[in-house]
Design a protein around this ligand. Sequence first.
Ligand code: UDP
Length: 403
Amino acid sequence: MTKIDDYIPIVGEPIISDLRLLARKLKNKVIQHINSTAVGGGVAEILNRMVPLLRELGVNTRWDVIKGGDDFFEVTKKFHNALHGRVEDLTDNDFEIFMSNSLKNIEDIPIYGDIVFIHDPQPIFLVNKRTQNRWIWRCHVDISDPQNKVWDFLKTFVIKYDAVVFSSPNFSQNLPIKQYLIPPSIDPLSDKNKPLSQDVVDKILEKFNIPKDRPIITQISRFDRLKDPVGVVSAYRLVKKYNDCCLILAGGMASDDPEAIKCWEEVKEAANKDPDIYILLLPHDDIVVNALQRASTVIVQKSIKEGFGLTVAEALWKAKPVVASNVGGIPLQIKHKYSGLLCHSIEGAAFAIKQLLNSPDYAKKLGENGREHIRNNFLITRHLRDYMLLSLSLYYSDDVVYL
Ligand code: UDP
């Protein structure tokens, strides 16, 4: 089990002292996080790591997960897509399903936090249970260009919160409540990001029958159209005309995403049984993800929309050269031609991948710069500090302190 002091060699002692100081100020508060899935996707990933560390720091932090039937998650997936700007046909029935499931959750989920963090739209309605406590809506999705019908509906709940947190400045909205910019983070000591021996990496490649004799291009993501895995296959095909390489598309399926199977089938069809394309349905095993990222020559994240893109941070932390779309939180992580390459199209992605395969020294430099950029900005220690500062700030208003 990771301890907070284990981060000292990575970020330095003063940062850990600051965390202890902030935690002492919150020692009388209960912090409750609520989201819609315990596994799969970035939110679960982060909470799994943050909650135990906050507890070790002495902040009484808990995590609850709402429940919902397939029909509810079909509707919230439509909401998710619509917030990302996709045209979705939302019917009155969809909104009714959302409301009836939300009313059930409001009965079932106990609210005991002094500070309640609600993650994403699925549990947003719970704010109707607010009393004297403080409520934060933590929005992880790219909401720069939302479909009005859904955003206007959700906004009626958002304005009941004390504050909203976005991952990138371009997601901010016209709202009467405070808005904070807090990008997510990765944990350098988690199984997903800790150093691995070459032996472990090789064994995992062997397990999936992936050859080591040529460059490996990898995208690790849930099977979701917004991650554009089919676009990655097209980019790989353009690269393959000039550079022998193989492609790994690896991912799982989040329990709150009913579209994942369709997307998986589309990818298989696009791959058309190419023996150099490895489409892996991953078990929930962080060491496997870690090993695949470490085994890769180039990591791709060709998302059409992206809240933040933890996979980019994970790859950069492993000093890998990354080619990723210029969307959502990705440009916070990749400064073009400094800590990776940004792309805007399939052709652009292919061009960037070829450039990295053909210039290993350049690729190495981008990866090294990327690792330092992540160390300075996107590790879990910075995230813990921001969440604690935000929690404290909720008790300060017009020079009056309510602590
Ligand atoms: N992930 C994983 N297994 C998979 C696919 C993804 O562990 O099969 C992890 C990935 O390593 C990252 C997170 O899930 O930590 C995905 O976060 P990201 O911000 O990239 O995308 P999201 O899924 O939240 O849209």
